[in-house]
Each structure stands twice: as structure tokens, then as C-alpha cells.
Design a binder for this molecule. Structure first.
Ligand SMILES: C[C@H](CCC[C@@H](C)[C@H]1CC[C@H]2[C@@H]3[C@H](O)C[C@@H]4C[C@H](O)CC[C@]4(C)[C@H]3C[C@H](O)[C@]12C)C(=O)SCCNC(=O)CCNC(=O)[C@H](O)C(C)(C)COP(=O)(O)OP(=O)(O)OC[C@H]1O[C@@H](n2cnc3c(N)ncnc32)[C@H](O)[C@@H]1OP(=O)(O)O
Length: 383
């Protein structure tokens, strides 16, 4: 796999950093998640392929231990509020002094500087501050709407940070040096939203929220309920695809206003709504599959892996417990990801194994466990 041989120390966080760690693990990195001790259960639902070491960083021995792990690692990924790592004596200066090749990835909401740097926040706040995004999301006449926590946490945060890490690893092959990555979810989300910013120049966002072509304003770019309470997604933007949409809906283009007549959009939407409500999702799929109308069923969790397209590409995988999740993307022809199918690690499951790999003796591990510096839960995990 592309990242085989790369060692990552991931400090346990909420959502974006775990996703970043999972991407690296899926593509072959050895990812060691550092959990707190005395925690009943991990909230990391994106722990695929990771190992867990439980270290109490509120002890000087725990801090010294983490430093030792970082000396022999390629990447440290930290998800804490600005200044937390420095307070622990684990800031970039300390860790990179001992390992100048270390890539120090800091994944935060607001970045390492600026008025909000040390404030608490979540996806919705980062999306709000990114400006172009939250202010533009939502239906006409309604308040802004946050679309799950996908944009800031995962696209702007976890994914962007993973890109930064891979870029830094690539650069290190030339300079031999690591670097600090300041991955701010506000900036990552705004960057993901570059299209919104840069397409203002062609008038894409001249109208109010929810009244433009791609923000649910246009009737040909929206979802419609079917007679069985399911939905179809319509993305028939280009005229040739729009013609196919009308054909499938059995609407006569000659009797309708022009596609791009804003003032007629409400009437067109009413017509489309009425038509879609007359058949089931399966019936509409049969009509539109194999056409260029850009009309697809809105699939539920239950439907997704059995949809013919996803099934053919094996786009969803099942782990050893039978739980389904998306296959890692993209697909690399030479070194594809090989996602681990074993259950996620419990906290401290790999403490002994990892510390032994990093050169600690059994006696040293026992001593740290007795002193409450580390927690080893391997036996519990096998029960
Ligand atoms: C919208 C998403 C968030 C969704 C998350 C939800 C999925 C989950 C949130 C709550 C979960 C539920 C809850 O936990 C209760 C149940 C628990 C049960 O086990 C499972 C079911 C639950 C219902 C559970 C279910 C779900 O998991 C939840 C609902 C997001 O937007 S995520 C993005 C958040 N933002 C960031 O990541 C930006 C950067 N980070 C921050 O700004 C802050 O970290 C943050 C997130 C604001 C949290 O601030 P906090 O004050 O709590 O922490 P920090 O200031 O960062 O400091 C960390 C302190 O911890 C110390 N520490 C770290 N590691 C160790 C260690 N190994 N040993 C000892 N101590 C450690 C560190 O030194 C800091 O200590 P100090 O405060 O003293 O400096």
C-alpha cells in the first residue's frame, strides 16, 4: 500500500482527526491512537486499522513516553485546542528537536493563531466562519442549514489534513525534514468552497440563498418525493440532459417555459413535484436508468450496497462483524487501499504490543502500568 512503512501517532480526538487517521491507516500507514487512561469506551467510530495505546499524559512519565514514541515515528496528529500540546511539553519545538523528520499535524477548528484560535467549536461554527459556505446553504426564505458535519469536520478538516500529511511526507523525501501542518477547519472548508467563491464572477450566486441554480433554487437541480415516500435526485443542468428529464417525465418542452427563466422556476417545480409523486422510486429508476437525464434514486443506508452500480464496483465493504461502510477512495491501480476488516481496537488493546515494538521491556511496561502511566486492556479485548 502507498503509505506502508509510515508510522503515525494519533492523539485521540472527536471526529476530524480520527477520520484523518483512518485514511492514513486505510492506505497502509501504521496508526497508533493514543487514548486517555480510565476511559470506559472510545468514541472513535473511525478507528479502522488503528492500534490503541492508553497513556496518561497528565504524568511526566506519560509525556516522556509519548516523546519516545514520536522520536521513532513519521507523523504526530493532534486534535486539541491551541496551546494544549505546548502546556504538556509536547509542542512542535520539543518533539521536532528530538526528531527533525517528524511531521507535526495540528488539526483544529480555527488554526494556531487569530482571535478565535483557542475557542471551543464544532463543525457548524467553522462552517459559519468560512463565510462562503454556511451563509449559502439552505432553502429560499429559510435560515442557513448545516448539512451534517461533513464539510468542515471531514472535507475541510480530516481530508485536508491527510493531504497536508501526504504532501509533507513527499517533501521530506527531498529535504529530509519534517514540518508543522496548521490545518484549520475554517480554512479547509473555505478552500473546499473555492468554487463558490470563484464562480461569483460568472453570476452563480447573484440571487439570494436557495434561489440559485445549485442551491435548490432550480427545479432541475433538486430532490422530489415519489409515491412511496422515497426520493429522486435531479441534476439535469445542461440543455441536452434537461431534454431527457422532460422526456422521462413525459412533459412537452414546447408547452413549458424556458429552462433558465428564473421567474418560472416555481411553476416548473410544481409540475415536476406533481409528476414525481405519481410513481414509485423503483418505477422512476427504471425510466431514468440508462438515460442521460441525470436522475438517480436517493438511496438509504439499507439500499446503498445492493444498488447495481455500487454492487458491481464493490463500493461498500463489510467488516468481520458484518457492519457496512464505504470502501476507501480513491482506487489506486498499483497500490490500492486494503482496509482492515477486524473490529475497532478497544482502549489500550495494543499498549503492550506497541511499547514492545518501540523497545520497552516487559518490566518497564509493568512498572508504567502499576504507576498508572499506561493502561493495557488486551485481555479484556479478547473476552
Ligand atoms: C460535530 C462534531 C463533534 C461530534 C462528536 C460526537 C460524535 C460526540 C461528542 C460527544 C460524544 C458523546 C459523549 O462523549 C457521551 C457518550 C460517551 C460514550 O462513551 C459514547 C456515547 C456518547 C453519547 C458520545 C457519542 C458521540 O461520540 C458524541 C456525541 C465536531 O465538530 S468535532 C470537531 C471539534 N473541534 C475540534 O476538534 C477542533 C480542535 N479541538 C478543540 O477545539 C477542542 O479539543 C474541543 C473539541 C473543543 C474540545 O475541547 P476540550 O476542552 O474538551 O479539550 P481540549 O481543550 O482540546 O483539551 C484536551 C484536554 O485533554 C487532555 N488530554 C488529552 N489527551 C490526554 C491523555 N492521553 N491523558 C490525559 N489527558 C489528556 C489535554 O491535556 C487537555 O487537558 P487540559 O484541558 O487540562 O489542557
Amino acid at each position: 500500500m502507498a503509505l506502508a512503512g509510515v508510522r503515525v501517532i494519533e492523539l485521540a480526538g472527536l471526529a476530524p482527526a480520527p477520520f484523518c487517521g483512518m485514511i492514513l491507516a486505510d492506505f497502509g500507514a501504521k496508526v497508533i491512537r493514543v487514548d486517555r487512561t480510565k476511559v470506559a469506551m472510545s468514541v472513535d467510530t473511525q478507528a479502522r486499522g488503528k492500534q490503541s495505546v492508553a497513556i496518561n499524559l497528565k504524568t511526566s512519565e506519560g509525556v516522556a513516553l509519548l516523546k519516545k514514541l514520536c522520536v521513532r515515528s513519521d507523523v504526530v496528529l493532534e486534535p486539541y485546542r491551541t496551546g494544549v500540546m505546548e502546556k504538556l511539553g509536547l509542542g512542535p519545538q520539543e518533539l521536532m528537536k528530538e526528531n527533525p523528520r517528524l511531521i507535526y499535524a495540528r488539526l483544529t477548528g480555527y488554526g494556531q493563531s487569530g482571535a478565535y484560535a483557542s475557542a471551543a467549536g464544532h463543525d457548524i461554527n467553522y462552517l459559519a466562519i468560512s463565510g462562503s459556505l454556511l451563509s449559502r446553504l439552505g432553502r429560499s426564505g429559510e435560515k442557513p442549514y448545516a448539512p451534517l458535519n461533513l464539510v468542515a469536520d471531514f472535507a475541510g478538516g480530516g481530508l485536508t489534513c491527510a493531504l497536508g500529511i501526504v504532501l509533507a511526507l513527499l517533501e521530506r523525501t527531498k529535504s529530509g525534514r519534517g514540518q508543522v501542518i496548521d490545518a484549520s477547519m475554517v480554512e479547509g472548508a473555505a478552500y473546499v468552497g473555492s468554487f463558490v467563491w470563484k464562480s461569483r464572477s460568472i453570476g452563480m450566486w447573484d440571487r439570494s440563498r436557495g434561489e440559485n441554480m445549485l442551491d435548490s433554487g432550480a427545479p432541475f437541480y433538486d430532490t422530489y418525493q415519489t409515491s412511496d415516500g422515497k426520493y429522486m435526485a435531479v441534476g439535469a443542468i445542461e440543455p441536452q440532459f434537461y431534454r431527457e428529464l422532460l422526456k422521462g417525465l413525459e412533459l412537452d418542452a414546447g408547452q413549458l417555459p424556458s429552462q433558465m427563466s428564473f421567474s418560472d422556476w416555481p411553476e416548473l417545480r410544481r409540475l415536476f413535484t406533481e409528476r414525481f409523486a405519481s410513481k414509485t422510486q423503483a418505477e422512476w429508476s427504471k425510466i431514468f436508468d440508462g438515460t442521460d437525464a441525470c436522475v438517480t434514486p436517493v438511496l438509504s443506508f439499507e439500499q446503498v450496497s445492493s444498488h447495481p452500480h455500487n454492487r458491481e464496483r464493490a463500493s461498500f465493504i463489510k467488516d468481520s462483524r458484518g457492519d457496512e461502510s464505504p470502501r476507501p477512495a480513491p482506487v489506486l491501480s498499483l497500490t490500492p487501499a486494503e482496509p482492515c476488516l477486524a473490529p475497532d481496537p478497544v482502549i489500550g488493546e495494543h499498549t503492550v504490543q506497541v511499547l514492545e515494538e518501540y523497545g520497552f521491556t516487559s518490566a518497564e511496561i509493568d512498572q508504567m502500568q502499576a504507576a498508572g502511566v499506561v493502561e493495557c486492556n488486551a485481555v479484556k479485548a479478547k473476552l
